[in-house]
Design a protein around this ligand. Structure first.
Ligand code: XIL
Length: 356
């Protein structure tokens, strides 16, 4: 019998009513914890057209976010036109099935319709941003409880380029566009959780370290200006071939949490284009990266939500940018292309489950 078991065994045998010496506590059950809601980015048409997809969402998700629908490119085909069909349908699906819907995203550098190229002045940019937020957040006031207000504001590699990513908003309004977007959204829906969402923090590289530093600096500046940022969205698009910087992420999350910010994992998937071909090996590495990432956060605080960017390998954005040279399908998500749970799903379920 190993010393620890002997010691603990002796302690538990000697424990009278109420006696709980420190060492004995290590036998005590881990502290209770609430479940973390899990969800996924959804393609609205598939909810209608693919019964297996719909079943997978209903069977696994408490949260949904539109993979599209609330991006400018989908919502605003023309300057004076708002197309709410997809977000309305997703919200109706969420409401009908006891789910909550996240809003993604109000201000982003990408996914901008061509007509916005005509926005050339600060005044025009401010008008466009405020009109958009007033109309979109106003429509869903009290019904979409959490918004990615600003998405991917930090450049890909602040170690070699300016920290703030170029966008119509950054170019014309400067970093103040973030203040403006958050304040306007808070004014339109004071009850909504307002989230600053970004990616690229996860690995032990100069690039990720520089991105974490730049992001922390931005968040501190926003908090110093009393900008109503309530939470941070860590997208979690993890490069499967790279180690997870557990200490680096834990320190990063501790700084953010220390500023009173909630943490959400908003777009988790594992980009497997550089992982071995064998599916079983790849799935295990994918699960290992997801677990290391989630635990690095969990070592500091429980995220308020965990969402993956899609639910099944059958429908993922990953091959758009990261298709495999061997032509094999990517396997970045919790369910395989036949909707069977993979090790990644088990990792997420274990991390998010309640503990009595
Ligand atoms: C992606 C969608 O999944 C694709 O379908 C679309 O073509 C491009 O955008 N970070 C984000 C998401 O915040 O909005 C992106 O979604 C993936 C990267």
């Amino acid at each position: 019998m190993r010393r620890r078991q002997f010691v603990l065994g002796g302690l538990s045998a000697g424990l009278g009513a109420g006696a709980t010496p420190a060492l004995a506590l290590s036998k005590a059950k881990p502290s209770p914890r609430a479940a973390i809601p899990f969800g996924a980015a959804i393609r609205v048409d598939l909810l209608r057209d693919d019964l297996d997809y719909r079943r997978a969402v209903l069977g696994n998700c408490q949260l949904v976010v539109g993979e599209g629908g609330l991006k400018w490119i989908d919502l605003r085909p023309q300057e004076n036109q708002f197309v709410f069909d997809h977000p309305d349908r997703l919200l109706a699906f969420a409401d009908a099935n006891g789910m909550r819907m996240r809003g993604h995203t109000l201000a982003w550098y990408a996914g901008m319709p061509k007509w916005t190229e005509a926005i050339k002045t600060k005044k025009a940019a401010e008008h466009a941003l405020y009109e958009h937020i007033d109309t979109v957040v106003g429509r869903y006031k009290g019904r979409i409880p959490s918004w990615d207000v600003v998405n991917e504001a930090i450049s890909d590699n602040p170690a070699i380029e300016k920290p703030m990513r170029r966008s119509i908003w950054q170019d014309l309004l400067g970093t103040q566009h973030i203040d403006m977007a958050f304040r306007r959204t808070a004014a339109v829906d004071p009850q909504a959780q307002l989230v600053l969402n970004d990616f690229g923090f996860e690995n032990p590289t100069d690039q990720c370290r520089a991105k974490r530093t730049a992001f922390l600096r931005l968040v501190k500046e926003l908090k110093d200006r009393d900008v109503p940022v309530h939470a941070i969205g860590l997208q979690g698009h993890l490069p499967g071939e790279k180690e997870i910087d557990r200490d680096g992420i834990s320190r990063f999350v501790a700084e953010l949490h220390g500023m009173g910010l909630a943490i959400l994992v908003t777009e988790l998937d594992v980009i497997d284009d550089k992982l071995p071909a064998d599916s079983l090996v790849r799935d295990e590495i994918v699960a290992m990266r997801a677990e290391a990432f989630l635990q690095a956060i969990g070592d500091v605080c429980r995220p308020e939500a965990v969402l993956t960017w899609g639910i099944t390998d059958k429908f993922t954005w990953v091959p758009i940018w990261f298709s495999r040279k061997d032509g094999r399908p990517n396997r970045p998500l919790p369910l395989d292309a036949n909707y069977r749970p993979k090790p990644m799903m088990r990792v997420i379920n274990e991390f998010t489950r309640a503990r009595p």
